[in-house]
Design a protein. Structure first.
Length: 88
């Protein structure tokens, strides 16, 4: 295992949460972005939740993070998407 600066030891399991307005393409866009940074994304590592009023969709995706640079780049691209309200 390698260690980058910070509290995480890489590689590690890491959960990303993304919330946005529900649309036909929101989930597809988010997963497409994540797949650019993660070589293997298993379907059982993805969960979705619709808000009570049905307007928002929350995605929780567990990935194997390989570096802080990977996570930073991924979060930068996710938050640049105007459909993403928040990425944690």
């Amino acid at each position: 295992m390698s260690t980058d600066r910070g509290l995480l030891t890489f590689p590690c399991e890491f959960m990303i949460k993304v919330v946005g307005m529900k649309s036909d393409s929101f989930e597809i866009e988010v997963l497409s972005t994540i797949r650019r940074y993660v070589s293997e994304l298993k379907e059982d590592c993805i969960s979705t939740r619709l808000s009570k009023d049905g307007h928002y969709l929350s995605l929780s995706i567990t990935i194997t993070a390989t570096s802080q640079k990977q996570l930073d780049s991924l979060y930068n691209e996710l938050t640049a998407n105007p459909r993403v309200i928040i990425a944690l």
